[in-house]
Ligand binder design. Structure first.
Ligand SMILES: C[S@@+](CC[C@H](N)C(=O)[O-])C[C@H]1O[C@@H](n2cnc3c(N)ncnc32)[C@H](O)[C@@H]1O
Length: 389
C-alpha cells in the first residue's frame, strides 16, 4: 500500500489545497496519532501520520482507504509536496502511471442501498481473485449482469483494468464483505452464486464465507432453480460446508469430485499442478422466497456536543446477543469537532467507521452506515454510548 517515510515532518496549515487534493483538517488522538482529512478526485479519506523512532510514516487510514489505490497515491503525493517533506523511503512515485478516473465498473454499497435496479438475470461471484472466472462468465453471458465481490484491493484494481481493456459492459465490481452483501439483493433475483476456492480459515472459522446464514441468504436471493456453487481444494472446508448445506430444506444438493469446469481459475491451476482433489457442492434452490425490505442507511437524528463526548470518553466494548460495538478511540479537530473511531456488527464479523461530530451534527464517516441486520443493532449500542443513555 502507498506510504512514505521521513525524518522530519512539518505540519501544513489547514484547510489547504495542493495538486488534485484539498486537506481540510487534522484530528489528533490522546496518544498523539494524527489523521488528516483529504478530498481527492471526489473521494474523502483520512491520511495517517505516525511518529516512530526513525521519524514519520505517512499512509492511508485503513477504514477510509479508497478501493482504487491510485487515488490514495495521489493524495499522499499532494500531501508530501504541500508539507515540503523530504522522504527517506517511499513507494508513491511508481513509474507506471495509474488511472485516477473512478472506474464505472466499481460500485459502492451506497449504490446498492439507494439505486441498484435491474431486470437482467444476475450472477454473483464471491472472492473473484485474479478475475479469470468472473471475466469468463461476463463474456459468456452478455445478456446477464455479473456482480463480483472482493476485498483485496490489488485484485479489484486488476479486474477493473481488464474490464476496461476488454470493453466488458456487464460486470459490477464491489469492494465489500461477501458475508453481508447478499442482504442487498432482492429475493428470487439471482440465477448463480459462485464461491470458488474461498480461504479455508482453518484457525479462524468465524471468518469463513460459507455459513448457515450465508446459505440462507443465498437461497433467498436465488431464483427457483438457481444455484450456489462451492468449489474447494480443502477436505476440511468441504466437510464443514457440507454439514452447513444439509441443514437446508427445499434444496437439491449435488457433490462432485475433480469435476472439470470450462474455465480454470488461478488457484485451481495451482492445486491441479499439486495433484490435489477438488470438491464441488452445488445447491439448487427449489423454493420461492418472500420479498424483504431494502437495506437503508443508519443515521443519528439528535444533536450532540463533541466536548461532552470527549470529557467522558473511554475505550469500551458493548455487547448484545450476537452483536457488539467497540468504541475505540477519539480524535480532536477543535473544541467543537472531532471523530470517534468505532467497530461494530456481528460478533463474528465486524465493520469499522468514524462517528464525525461537527458543530452538534453527528454522521458516520466516510459513509452512512448501511442498515444490515447486525449494524442496526450495533447502531443502538453506539447511540446509547454517545448520548450516555
Ligand atoms: C483463495 S482466493 C480464490 C480466488 C479465486 N476465486 C480463484 O479461484 O482463483 C480467495 C479470495 O477471496 C477473497 N475473499 C476472502 N474473504 C472474502 C469476503 N469475506 N468477501 C469477499 N471476498 C473475500 C480473498 O481476498 C481472495 O481473493
Amino acid at each position: 500500500m502507498p506510504n512514505f517515510h521521513a525524518k522530519e515532518f512539518v505540519e501544513p496549515t489547514y484547510p489547504s489545497s495542493y495538486g488534485k487534493s484539498e486537506f481540510e483538517f487534522v484530528a489528533v488522538s490522546k496518544r498523539g496519532d494524527r489523521l488528516v482529512m483529504s478530498h481527492t478526485q471526489d473521494c474523502d479519506m483520512l491520511l495517517k501520520v505516525n511518529k516512530n523512532k526513525k521519524g514519520y510514516l505517512i499512509k492511508g487510514d485503513k477504514i477510509t482507504r479508497p478501493s482504487q489505490v491510485a487515488i490514495l497515491q495521489q493524495a499522499l503525493k499532494d500531501y508530501r509536496d504541500l508539507s515540503k517533506t523530504e522522504t527517506t523511503n517511499s513507494n508513491i512515485d511508481s513509474k507506471k502511471e495509474k488511472s485516477l478516473k473512478i472506474s464505472p465498473y466499481l460500485k459502492s454499497m451506497e449504490y446498492f442501498a439507494d439505486s441498484f435496479k435491474t431486470t437482467k438475470d444476475i450472477l454473483v461471484e464471491v472472492g473473484f481473485g485474479s478475475g479469470r472466472h468472473l471475466l469468463y462468465q461476463a463474456k459468456k453471458n452478455p445478456e446477464k449482469l455479473v456482480i463480483g465481490l472482493e476485498i483485496h484491493k490489488p485484485s479489484i484494481e486488476q479486474v477493473l483494468k481488464q474490464c476496461e481493456l476488454q470493453n466488458i459492459e456487464n460486470i459490477l465490481v464491489v469492494d465489500y464483505d461477501a458475508r453481508t452483501f447478499l442482504e442487498f439483493l432482492n429475493s428470487n433475483s439471482v440465477s448463480q452464486i459462485f464461491v470458488h476456492f474461498p480461504v479455508p480459515w482453518d484457525k479462524k472459522p468465524h471468518r469463513r464465507v460459507i455459513s448457515e446464514r450465508f446459505i440462507d441468504e443465498s437461497k433467498r436471493a436465488l431464483k427457483v432453480g438457481g444455484t450456489l456453487e462451492l468449489r474447494t481444494d480443502s477436505d476440511n472446508y468441504f466437510e464443514y460446508s457440507f454439514s452447513e448445506f444439509i441443514k437446508q430444506q427445499k434444496v437439491e444438493l449435488h457433490v462432485n469430485k475433480n469435476r472439470d469446469l470450462e474455465i480454470s481459475s488461478k488457484y485451481e491451476d495451482r492445486w491441479k499442478r499439486q495433484e490435489k482433489d477438488i470438491y464441488d457442492i452445488t445447491m439448487i434452490n427449489q423454493e420461492f422466497s418472500e420479498d424483504i425490505l431494502s437495506v437503508g442507511r443508519l443515521k443519528f437524528d439528535e444533536k450532540l456536543g463533541f466536548k461532552e463526548v470527549k470529557k467522558r470518553f473511554e475505550e469500551v466494548t458493548l455487547r448484545g446477543d450476537g452483536f457488539f460495538a467497540h468504541i475505540e478511540d477519539i480524535f480532536e479537530i477543535s473544541e467543537e469537532e472531532g471523530l470517534v473511531r468505532v467497530s461494530y456488527g456481528a460478533s463474528q464479523r465486524n465493520e469499522h467507521s468514524y462517528v464525525f461530530i461537527k458543530k452538534d451534527e453527528v454522521t458516520y464517516f466516510p459513509n452512512n452506515v448501511l442498515a444490515t441486520k447486525d449494524n442496526e443493532q450495533a447502531h443502538e449500542l453506539i447511540k446509547g454510548y454517545l448520548w450516555n443513555t
